[in-house]
Ligand binder design. Structure first.
Ligand code: ZN
Length: 163
């Protein structure tokens, strides 16, 4: 069971796996992005599924990162460009949609604005995995739940029900 890593408005899905915009990329996008909007910086990043912390690391390109391993499908997910070094440690348990892994940030040379870059793979280090080994997080998580439709306004009763 997967959850969106960001809750609420301000850090919606932005950029999908494989997107190749030559204006700002030298290769197809190796993950999925959320954020870049005003107000996305500092929003909490939640684990996408139940599992364990597999690694906490710094990458010059990806900044502060944490990697989790899902318990249900053994997929590893890296969350990158976090604002600060995560406080969770290797082997800490995480609950999908509940455990805060860090905050959206702009760390690492590959970040051009506060956003979450996340990548998933069965390989333990998704950021180093070959591109075909990457899994599409937007598809794994599934369609974004639409906000519940407002109940239709009740029309004022104009007639009394026939008795
Ligand atoms: Zn990205």
């Amino acid at each position: 069971m997967y959850h969106e890593p960001i809750k609420g408005a301000g850090a919606e899905r932005r950029d999908e796996l494989g997107n190749f915009n030559k204006a700002y990329r030298k290769q197809p996008h190796r993950g999925s992005d959320w954020g870049f909007t005003t107000g996305s910086e500092g929003k909490p990043v939640y684990a996408v599924a139940d599992g364990l912390v597999a690694d906490v690391l710094w990458s010059d390109a990806l900044g502060h990162c944490i990697i989790t391993k899902n318990s249900h499908d053994k997929v590893y997910v890296i969350y990158a460009h976090l604002a600060e070094k995560p406080t969770l440690k290797r082997m800490d348990r995480v609950i999908g949609g509940e455990t805060v892994l860090g905050k959206i940030g702009n760390t690492g040379s590959a970040s051009a604005g506060a956003h979450l870059h996340a990548a998933a793979s069965l390989a333990p280090k998704p950021h180093l995995a070959s591109t075909p080994a990457l899994l599409d997080l937007f598809k794994l998580i599934g369609p974004v739940a639409k906000p519940a439709a407002k109940p239709a306004a009740k029309k004022p009763a104009t007639k009394k029900a026939a008795k």
